[in-house]
Design a protein around this ligand. Structure first.
Ligand code: MV4
Length: 452
């Protein structure tokens, strides 16, 4: 096992990684920017190194500064967390070249899945169900128009370098395609430096369901069931749960087997997530793969009893999986609410400020993953995630009432948070029935704004 791990991240995930390392007897060094001097991660870590100014490009995205800090402090591995450099294949390559272990998959796997068109092609080759569309990237507008005519409108243009919904354009009919193609290309070009697009039939009503996978370096790869992630605003998830309200043993077995086959086909190692869309008829289709630990990983931890960050560390150190697919059991139900420093009344506008009082919820089945403390000043430079309230219940109904109770207990004063929004959502009939798809949150927000 590693002796010392460098954490190239901040916020709650840096704290989460420190906790896993310490439980495994691993010392930690956390990177921090000038804006994060007083962070909880800096306090909890054995060592901390300032890697630059507040601007992410000069600190958490500054590969030379991060790698120098890891080497000078004698670390043997680098954990990239999520966001920042976590899915950058060049960073993974440089880390490995510097004789450090990247806690994550190989640079090749990151590169294949990072190109969403290449990922789609690779998963089609592996025999996974995909949405009708282009095999890979589109050569030009004529090809897009021809293909759209064949598969039928509406279609969705997606940026190969995108993911998470960036650079996507819905095209309702042929009169819109030229404009959509040009805008999507330009957007992708300026956002990612790569304008390549691919095309899929647009599924207007679908649920976003993802399968967690875990693989070692010895060819063993298993899945840990699904997470329901349909409750999103502008492609940011706000609430996730495991299992899905529409999940059952049969669907889990089929989606899980496909996720495992797809991941194995690219020799995937570490933790990863295969994203699928599930249509109202019960058909599912691969859309993307995330090659990092995800924000919502705790809900899978609570229903499987496995510590995903510890497993990331173990498999990166070359250890074998000591559990087989048959050992994985889904027990009870878990829900996560992401608490952001945002004003849900004002279009989820980010709000900075100083946390006056912080009292996390507790009691049976409640877990709070957060980097807050009373007196902490929230920097506005980074994303607005403050805390994840995660609950476990013996069934979905108990998980919902436990979440309501936990949100009622939770005190974060001095800053505006999305706690009231989550409290209202937990009372919503559609949510309580498990009756929602990817369009649900937008309509709930409309009703919420009118009511308050
Ligand atoms: C789609 C889709 C419908 N049809 N692709 C959004 C983020 C990225 N991971 C994939 N996403 C989607 N891809 C096809 N062919 C629906 C989504 C989607 C979504 C779309 C609009 C509003 C909210 C959404 C939430 C999840 C997924």
């Amino acid at each position: 096992m590693f002796e010392k791990v460098f954490i190239a991240n901040r916020g709650e995930i840096a704290v989460r990684i420190i906790r896993a390392c310490h439980e495994l007897g691993i010392r930690t060094v956390v990177a921090y920017s000038q804006a994060d001097r007083d962070s909880l991660a800096v306090r909890l870590s054995d060592e901390a190194v300032c890697v630059g100014p507040a601007a992410p490009g000069k600190s958490y995205l500054n590969a030379p500064a991060l790698i120098s800090a890891a080497l000078i402090t004698g670390c043997d591995a680098v954990h990239p967390g999520y966001g920042f450099l976590s899915e950058n294949p060049y960073f993974a390559e440089i880390v490995n070249q510097c004789r450090l272990v990247l806690i994550g998959p190989t640079p090749e796997a990151i590169a294949t899945m990072g190109d969403k068109a290449a990922a789609r092609e690779a998963m089609i080759t592996a025999g996974l169900p995909s949405i009708p569309g282009s095999q890979t990237t589109l050569a030009n507008l004529d090809e897009a128009r021809e293909l759209a005519r064949q598969i039928g409108y509406p279609v969705l243009l997606k940026a190969a370098a995108g993911g998470g919904g960036r650079g996507m354009r819905i095209v309702n009919d042929e009169s819109e395609i030229q404009q959509a193609y040009t805008t999507a290309r330009g957007e992708a070009e300026s956002a990612f430096g790569k304008g390549d697009l691919y095309l899929e039939k647009f599924l207007p009503v679908a649920r976003h369901i993802e399968i967690q996978v875990l693989g070692d370096e010895h060819g063993n790869l298993i899945h840990l069931g699904e997470r329901e992630c349909s409750i999103q605003r502008r492609h940011q998830k706000l609430v996730e749960e495991a299992p899905s309200p529409v999940g059952n043993a049969d669907l889990r077995q089929r989606m899980g087997a496909d996720a495992v086959r797809g991941a194995k086909s690219i020799n995937y190692t570490g933790v990863g997530t295969m994203e699928f869309l599930l249509d109202p008829e019960g058909n599912y289709y691969f859309i993307e793969m995330n090659t990092r630990i995800q924000v919502e990983h705790p809900i899978t931890e609570l229903v499987t009893g496995l510590d995903l960050v510890k497993w990331q560390l173990r498999v990166a150190a070359g250890e074998r999986l000591t559990l087989s697919q048959a050992d994985v059991r889904i027990n009870g139900h878990s829900i996560e609410c992401r608490i952001n420093a945002e004003d849900a009344q004002r279009d989820f506008r980010p709000e900075g400020g100083e946390v006056d009082l912080y009292l996390p919820p507790g009691g049976p089945g409640v877990r709070m993953d957060s980097h807050l403390y009373s007196g902490y000043t929230i920097p506005t430079t980074y994303d607005s995630l403050l805390a994840k309230v995660v609950v476990w219940g013996s069934d979905r109904a108990e998980a919902i009432s436990r979440m309501s109770r936990a949100l009622d207990e939770c005190i974060i004063t001095g800053v505006t948070t999305t706690i009231p929004f989550h409290q209202a959502l937990m009372q919503d009939d559609n949510f309580r029935r498990g009756d929602f798809s990817t369009g649900y949150l937008a309509s709930f927000i409309e009703r919420y704004r009118v009511k308050q």
